[in-house]
Ligand binder design. Sequence first.
Ligand code: SF4
Length: 266
Amino acid sequence: MPGVTCALFPVIGMFILTSGRTWSSDGSVILMDQEALNTGLKHGEMGLNESKGNMYSWVTHTWNTVKGACPHGCSYCYMKRFGKQSELHFDKKELETNLGCDNVIFVGSSCDMFAKDIPENWIIRTLFHAQEYPNNYLYQTKNPARLIEFAHELFYLDRVCTTIETNRFYPKIMGNTPKPEERATAFSKYPFNRFLTIEPVMDFDIDEMIELVKLCNPVQVNIGADSGNNHLPEPSREKLLTFIGTLSEFTQIDQKRNLDRLIKTW
Ligand code: SF4
């Protein structure tokens, strides 16, 4: 795990802003290249991607600085429909994007920016650029333990989300992601607004699954089904309805339209 602690973040932030230094993943201080610093501070002409409305109704745009094959390697990843992914990389040009204001921007929608193999330097540069613009940002990850390292007053990450598709671990489907229980335990420690997404929902054990959601204590839960025909194990209609009914007693539910396939009888 990278060597930055929350307590060190104000110091590190001042280093980056004033001296051109940053923290390497082994905890030592290194110099950032001047181009990286310059691009991080310029307001260029690149545009934001408008959200197609397939994720959250309240997200207006997406923005990705980390691109290429996501280290998590979920079998159902929607990015796979676009063919072979490029190698994982940081797109410095995205630091020229004018993020505007009053948007709700999903940062890292095409690759999990907080996967353990993502260099810390990439994350810090992304977060610094984002906070230059007065927007709301959504940071979603299947590795909330890493995200929490950045949850500090220096980076006010006002909306964070983790995915828990099921309480079970299906290794062939979930690839290199932390197990759902590990995600929930780490996520429960996050100090700001927590959102939870259960998409694509996979077959679960109802009592254990409810406990995981309660542990996360989310302000909102988004539930959706596989829309990519990935042949995932899915819960029965009855189990799903019982689950949703129980969740609605203690949190707000946003039911995706693609869930109709599992719950409507027509
Ligand atoms: S974590 Fe998200 S972006 Fe990464 S492989 Fe899984 S579904 Fe795709």
